[in-house]
Write a protein that binds this ligand. Structure first.
Ligand SMILES: [Zn+2]
Length: 83
């Protein structure tokens, strides 16, 4: 859940329930797409927030499968600026 405050929003981790302090890869957003195998017009979306560490600790995938944690994994801006 994102909680709007006067200056910046505070995010609550989906897994541990704690507030997420900005830093490193946190906060992370999980964009849930329901009916993913249906046409786009029939899908529903909802965002959840979490600590990257909480997601990694609860996933059946090994932590090293989260390539996004590699410091060399490109940002969206870096990817978009590729020719
Ligand atoms: Zn957490």
């Amino acid at each position: 859940m994102a909680i709007e405050q006067s200056d910046s929003p505070t995010y609550q981790c989906l897994f541990c329930g704690d507030a997420i302090t900005s830093g490193g890869l946190d906060p992370c957003a999980l964009q849930l797409i329901a009916k993913f195998d249906h046409p786009r017009s029939e899908q529903k979306e909802q965002a959840f927030y979490c600590h990257i560490a909480c997601l990694q600790s609860r996933a059946s995938e090994q932590p090293d499968c989260f390539y996004i944690t590699d410091p060399d994994f490109p940002t969206v801006g870096e990817t978009e600026s590729q020719p």
